[in-house]
Ligand binder design. Structure first.
Ligand code: GLP
Length: 242
């Protein structure tokens, strides 16, 4: 695992965008795994700029989202499909319909998870997966305690995650869904390259476990230590417990 500590969120975004740009130069029809949360937003801004400048194109890219809330109706601003459409897909030249996510509106959620895993497998999984990290060490929405080799599944959000994400729901924790669909840790680990972004002191404990802790389901991101090509981009605050 390669750790890079940078001064600002913009430098982190630029470094991550460089990695994506070189992938797309090499493989214009790459499969890209996208993440939600606030951490990747500067990266999506940078990718939008580079696309407008003609430095890169998403014309032939297929995208797979990491996760989705259960219980939010179509078009809800915090639904991750809406988030990704707003913050990346509609801003670059990616084809409508080329960014996929697990169907959290399905009647049979287990089947929706199996279908999503099969769809990713058919696409050969991701060439590059963008990741944020939860305060409790989750990646995607793989909360602590689950198996390290899981496939796409239904997960239950922890109180910590629901309270962290309440800021997107007018501060109302009761408005934050209790369940989600998420790529499993095993799914994420099948990506050829992982790029994790974390900023701020509230991520310092999770980053310390990720980089220096033992591999354990208690800190799900630690499974990345087993990945042959993982890049962790953090600011000084997120690195402060290393
Ligand atoms: C959500 C997402 C995660 C993301 C995390 C961190 O829980 N499901 O994929 O990594 O938020 O969010 P933020 O970057 O806003 O701290």
């Amino acid at each position: 695992m390669e750790l890079v500590i940078l001064d600002t969120a913009e430098e982190i975004a630029s470094r991550a965008a460089d990695v994506i740009e070189s992938l797309l130069n090499e493989k214009p029809n790459a499969v890209l795994g996208t993440a939600t949360g606030s951490s990747p937003l500067p990266l999506y801004d940078e990718l939008t700029r580079r696309c407008a400048d003609g430095r890169l194109s998403f014309k032939d890219v297929t995208g797979f989202m990491l996760d989705e809330y259960v219980g939010l109706p179509e078009g809800h601003p915090e639904r991750y499909a809406t988030f990704m459409e707003r913050n990346l897909r509609s801003r670059v030249d990616m084809a409508p319909g080329a960014l996929h996510g697990p169907d959290a509106l399905a009647d049979d959620l287990e089947q929706a998870c199996a279908d999503y895993e099969a769809q990713m497998a058919a696409a050969g999984y991701c060439d590059l997966q963008i990741l944020g990290i939860g305060v409790d060490g989750h990646i995607g929405f793989n909360e602590p305690g689950g198996p390290l080799d899981s496939a796409t599944h239904v997960d239950v959000l922890t109180e910590q995650t629901r309270s962290d994400n309440a800021r997107f729901f007018d501060g109302d924790i009761d408005a934050v869904p209790t369940h989600c669909l998420t790529q499993g840790l095993g799914t994420i680990m099948k990506a050829r390259k992982l790029v994790l972004i974390a900023t701020g002191a509230n991520k310092a404990e999770a980053i310390a476990h990720l980089v220096e802790g033992e591999i354990t389901p208690d800190w799900p991101a630690t499974v990345m230590q087993n990945h042959p090509d993982a890049l962790v981009l953090v600011d000084h605050a997120a690195a402060s417990l290393l």
